[in-house]
Design a protein around this ligand. Sequence first.
Ligand SMILES: C[S@@+](CC[C@H](N)C(=O)[O-])C[C@H]1O[C@@H](n2cnc3c(N)ncnc32)[C@H](O)[C@@H]1O
Length: 263
Amino acid sequence: MSYDPNEVIKAYERNAQIEDESEKKPSLRVEIPRAFIKKHLQPSDVVLDAGGGTGVNAILMAKACQKVTLLDITPGILELAAQNVKAAGLSDRIELVEGDITDLNRFSDRSFSFVVCVGDAISYVLDGRFKAIGELVRVAQEGAILIIGCDSKLGFMRMKLAQGLMKETLNIYETSTCRCGMGPRTHLYTVDEMTDLLVAQGCEVLEIASTTFADTIDTSPYIEQRQWARLRALELEMCTRPELLGIGLHLLFVARKRRVAGA
Ligand SMILES: C[S@@+](CC[C@H](N)C(=O)[O-])C[C@H]1O[C@@H](n2cnc3c(N)ncnc32)[C@H](O)[C@@H]1O
């Protein structure tokens, strides 16, 4: 299915405020990728946050590394990011750039030591995914960590089945695409597909996680602080278990760009 950037921009312009609120609200969906980012980010890192949204991840990272470049395709989202970055007093550490992950031409090869693309931009680019993964890896230094989040084919099939929607489930099974809640069409990945894409671009996959409890249970009974901490710890412990990968709606890959022998 062919990628139309205008479809994504329209959806996120319409939902910019909602996106900002969801990045700021504590939820396992945003906290789990942040836990993996925290685990791998080094103080010396120079980061690309691709499809970075309204900047909450960029702000967290900028407090713990050298510099963050937040790239996003949606002007309205970038305006909110600028406000958030200014309010955090981090305008000197976070650069905001309007752009598309399928074309990172403005950045030369190996510009970044840490590349983040979480929150599904890599799913919205549909058949642009090969180019986008290629670009994200190209701008990463050898040995750099890449953290990539995408929509899960098995998770979406499971959700549609649970809703009694067999026709939609079979459509996902056959096409690996769906329209997501926010509006844009999304390419749904299996663990194998994303692993193969990353390996083909010269990466090794270090960790794979799935939103296990985040997307499959009602988390509202656990909002009290200690209960939330326990649920979060459980999710973090379980989310990389092979038998659970794919049950939630999202997958998260931690990869490392291989060093070229003799380079
Ligand atoms: C769900 S938000 C995720 C924001 C943030 N990364 C997070 O995880 O909280 C997805 C963001 O990706 C951006 N986006 C979607 N497709 C993109 C593309 N092709 N290139 C750059 N940004 C894109 C959208 O504008 C939106 O801000």
